[in-house]
Write a protein that binds this ligand. Structure first.
Ligand code: SAH
Ligand code: SF4
Length: 393
């Protein structure tokens, strides 16, 4: 994108219902599921109850086979199996890092691929979910931003990432078990590939499913959406999702932020802060996370740290410092540990938590901003395998 080109979001999303073939129930809201059940022969009076039952099988117990839904009549199960499927993305590769981080490359409709990263922590675990294939934005330090956007993910493809991770972690509770206490996957961050607020409806519907008390049951406090600063959608995020918000802030002057996060030319620091000030009130969320990537000699000076705390005054916030993860050809370097420490101390002394994000899964290229290259490598190696095997194409 040239500097003057408008930042647009005219990307396509696959229709949820393909013109022919069975309908995937995964990703439908409760209302939408009710509608498709009725349209396919479920009596209207029963529809709400059926949604509740099917919903629990899919999202509470992780069941993918209608025939296992034993509280439904046999005939009705067969009828469902004819019209519907319960489908999640296909795991193409799975890599496990030395530090336990797991990275999945999953394939979605159309043969596209996105990456999902599971980060185990003491007593909890976070899943980093993608919302788009590539990204329309072009943040200069982000490898995903150099990949052209192919399309938005559907709600089913977004919640499907959570479901495949739970499959792999083997943490669906036993059918009939009282409450699900195992929480290897306790948190979701929308920090994978893509700008979630340029795919608002699908992200919202998927997160509603994640939060539904009769399913995956994650509290809204355990879901964090990261945005580069799509100002008009921030209010909607608070009102319609209510999750925690993280903002890719990364700079303390418009001049520098224009270069790092080009969406700043559309909505500058002032406009962004204005929207953020209203966020905690609307969503009841306690603090906004300001993500700040530490780039050597670009945004990491003491002056930057002081300006940062000045700018965010009045906003309940924590500052998450992210040591830059380099990628081949990246135009930046990571700030030194001493510089990061000094920056963190200034922020901390001004009264804000300033944790430094520990890069996880670097050995499998799963760290923040590294996701694109891994995909390309995987593609290349599969092509290579096919060529070696004389399969062509
Ligand atoms: N598009 C959204 C969410 C995905 S990026 C956003 O921009 O907020 C998740 C976080 O990783 C963002 O804060 C992003 O700025 C950061 N990031 C991107 N590339 C990085 C890199 N190479 N090193 C460290 N952090 C990076
Ligand atoms: Fe897109 Fe976020 Fe990367 Fe910017 S940092 S290019 S918004 S994924």
């Amino acid at each position: 994108m040239s500097a003057s080109a408008p930042i647009t979001q005219d990307v396509m999303t696959l229709p949820r219902k393909l013109p022919e073939g069975p309908i995937n129930l995964v990703g439908l809201t409760r209302d939408a599921m009710r509608d498709v059940l009725i349209a396919n022969g479920t009596p209207e009076k029963q529809a709400k109850m059926r949604v509740g039952q099917i919903w629990q099988w899919i999202y509470q117990w992780g069941v993918r086979d209608f025939d296992a839904m034993t509280n439904l009549a046999k005939g009705y199960r067969a009828q469902l199996a004819e019209k519907f499927v319960i489908e999640v993305p296909e795991v193409v590769t799975r890599k496990v890092s030395e530090d336990g981080t797991r990275k999945y490359l999953v394939r979605i409709a159309g043969g596209h691929e996105v990456e999902v990263v599971y980060i185990p922590e003491e007593g909890r675990g976070t899943l980093c979910v993608s919302s788009q294939v590539g990204c329309t934005l072009t943040c200069s330090f982000c490898h995903t931003g150099t990949q052209k956007l192919v399309r938005n993910l559907t709600a089913g493809e977004i919640i499907g990432q959570v479901m495949v991770a739970r499959d792999d972690l083997d943490e669906w509770p036993e059918v009939g078990a009282r409450k699900d206490e195992t929480r290897l996957l306790s948190n979701i961050v929308l920090m994978g590939m893509g700008e979630p607020l340029y795919n608002f409806e699908n992200v919202r519907d998927a997160m509603k499913i994640a939060m539904d008390p009769e399913g995956i049951q994650l509290s809204r406090r355990r879901i964090t959406l990261s945005t580069s600063g799509v100002v008009p959608e921030i209010h909607r995020t608070a009102a319609e999702i209510g999750c925690q918000l993280a903002v890719s802030f990364h700079a303390t002057t418009d001049e520098v932020r224009n270069k790092l996060v080009p969406i700043n030319k559309r909505w500058n620091i002032e406009a962004l802060l204005e929207a953020l000030k209203a966020y905690p009130k609307v969503s009841n969320s306690e603090r906004i996370t300001f993500e700040y990537v530490m780039l050597k000699d670009v945004n990491d000076s003491d002056e930057d740290a002081h300006r940062l705390v000045e700018l965010i005054k009045g906003i309940p916030a924590k500052i998450n410092l992210i040591p830059f993860n380099e990628w081949p050809g990246s135009p930046y370097e990571r700030s030194s540990n001493n510089r990061i420490r000094a920056f963190a101390d200034i922020v901390y002394n001004a009264g804000y938590a300033s944790p430094v994000r520990k890069p996880r899964g670097e050995d499998i290229m799963a760290a923040c901003g590294q996701l694109k290259s891994a995909t390309e490598r995987a593609r290349k190696s599969r092509k290579q395998i096919e060529a070696d095997a004389g399969m062509g194409g």
